[in-house]
Every structure is written in C-alpha cells, then in structure tokens.
Design a protein around this ligand. Structure first.
Ligand SMILES: Nc1nc2c(c(=O)[nH]1)N=C([C@H](O)[C@H](O)COP(=O)(O)OP(=O)(O)OP(=O)(O)O)CN2
Length: 280
C-alpha cells in the first residue's frame, strides 16, 4: 500500500552550477511512502507527524542553503575563522566567491547538483527516522510548470530573523505584468530574459572597492558573516532589501520610467504560490 503527499514543501535554495554559475531554484517536493496498514488505526502512518518530520529535515539540510558540488573541478574550499570560504569557476569562466557560516552551505559528494541527487540524500536521512511500519520512502523534487514568464535569482535578506538572511539562497518564480489593465506577455518575457539567472543585491551591502567588473556584497547577520563576490554582469542592484515587495516595485517603477503614459501592474512571485503586487 502507498501513501502520498504532493507538494509537502518547497525547497528554495542556491546552487553552484557548471553551466549557469550561481543559480536560484525552487523545487516542489512530493512524498511517497509504502507500508502495511495498521488494523487498529486503519493507517500506514498518520500524515501529520510525517509531514512535520519531513519538512523539519528538509528545512535543516537543504532549504535556504547554497548547494555545492563537492567534486566539481572548478571548486575550491577552505574552513576559515569566519566560516566556509568557497571559490567556484563555471564552464563559461565566471567566478563566484562565497563566505558563509557552514550551516548556510550544503556540500554534496557529486560533480553536479541534480534534483535526484538531492532527493537521494534526503531519503537516506529520513528512512531511519520513520516508524518501522513504513517500509519504503521516496521523494521527488520537481520544478513548478510555468507556462508564461519566469525569473530566477539568488539573494539574502540581512534583516530576516530566519534562514532568508543567508546571502546565496534563491528562487525560481512566475512573473505577470499587466499594461493598461491587459496582460502583457511581451513585457513579462522581456524581464524574464533579463533576469534569467541573476543575483539581486542591495546597494547598501556593496563592500570594498567594487570594480566595474566585479561586485562584492557583505553583511553580518544573526547567523554570522556573509560575503559574496561575483561578476557585475550577473547582478542587479536594488535600493533596499531584495524582498519580493521591492522586486515588484523595482520592475513597476522601471516600466513606468520607460513608458510614463501607461499603467503597470506587476505580480512578482517569490518561489511558488506567494509574492507581491506593485502598481505604477
Ligand atoms: N513579506 C515578505 N516576507 C518574506 C520575504 C519577502 O520577500 N517578503 N522573503 C522571505 C525569504 O526570502 C524566504 O526565502 C522566503 O522563503 P519561504 O520558503 O517562504 O520561507 P520559509 O522557509 O520560512 O517558509 P516555508 O513555508 O517554511 O517554506 C521570507 N519572508
């Protein structure tokens, strides 16, 4: 007999990817369990505690972390007094440098980070924690199907009191834009192309002598010191924290500057099924 829980949670994290460098992803997680029915309760296991356990472990192990391919040739890493220091060269020649508390990173013993590899890691962690009645467990990590425009980014919210303060976590999101009350896929697709895979940094977190070609962002948050340096062409600078409210507002204001006579409504998502609306 099988039990399933579709979309038990969403993993929002950063990934160091050979082809795309620093990448933000949102993976929807589906759970499937096998086991025998208990004749007394009529259940294999109660959904409630299983959902709590799975979400807790996924949050602890991978959610809002930067997932790092530990066997990638382009990777260098060192433990320092301030945390884990990473250097990553992707195949296009771009370099990312990241300093963060060890808990903000998850290094996997692989050359690339694939959803199936992450699922296998999580399954191995969860199996011994489940009641004996459960004989099998499987997780599927999948991307949301987005028919229209989407954008993908990494960021960190220094003032967030949870794991969103981690500077290199990310999301993959829908984007909807209306112009004068009508959906405009053309406008949305333009932003989608511009923000295919970007780092959204707050101007106030730029540190050091930022050259024109590389930006370095840094702050000390509740969990420790975070610093990220990457190619300026892969960054967008925002005024204020890179919350989804400010992202929607940034897009709406930029559109208004370009076409002052038109009315815009921007519906920006942060990961799956949540976001903000800004009008200009
Ligand atoms: N009003 C806002 N609240 C939060 C924002 C935001 O932009 N505006 N952003 C964040 C973080 O960036 C975070 O990455 C959001 O991820 P989320 O999965 O929602 O956070 P949780 O893990 O706490 O939620 P779960 O339901 O447990 O997945 C936070 N808040």
């Amino acid at each position: 007999m099988q039990l399933f829980v579709d979309q038990i949670t969403v993993i929002d994290c950063g990934v160091l990817d050979r082809l795309r460098g620093l990448m933000g992803v949102s993976w929807i997680v589906d759970l499937s369990l096998t086991g025998e029915i208990d004749t007394h309760t009529g259940m294999i296991v109660d959904f409630g505690p299983v959902k709590t356990l799975v979400k807790q472990r996924l949050d602890a192990l991978v959610d809002h972390r930067l997932l790092v391919p530990g066997q990638a040739t382009g990777l260098g890493r060192a433990d320092t007094d301030e945390g884990l220091s990473l250097h990553f060269h992707d195949d296009a020649g771009y370099r990312v440098d990241y300093l963060a508390p060890a808990d903000a990173v998850c290094v996997l013993p692989t050359e690339t980070i694939e959803p199936a590899v992450v699922a296998a890691l999580l399954e191995a962690d969860l199996r011994p924690r489940l009641p004996d009645r459960v004989s099998g467990l499987s997780l599927t990590l999948r991307e949301e199907i987005i028919h229209g425009a989407e954008y993908q980014y990494c960021h960190g919210l220094a003032a967030h009191d949870g794991n969103c303060q981690r500077l290199a976590h990310g999301h993959r999101c829908r984007l909807e834009i209306e112009v004068d009350g009508q959906p405009s896929p053309t406008h949305a697709q333009r932003w989608s192309r511009q923000w295919r895979q970007v780092f959204l940094g707050s101007r106030e977190h730029l540190i050091g002598d930022a050259s024109v070609t590389r930006y370095r962002f840094g702050y000390t948050a509740e969990q420790g010191r975070f610093e990220l340096e990457l190619d300026a062409r892969r960054c967008v600078l925002l005024d204020g924290p890179s919350t989804v409210e400010n992202i929607a507002r940034h897009i709406a204001e930029q559109l208004k500057r370009e076409q002052p006579d038109r009315r815009f409504r921007v519906r920006a998502f942060e990961g799956v099924n949540k976001g903000a609306v800004a009008e200009s």
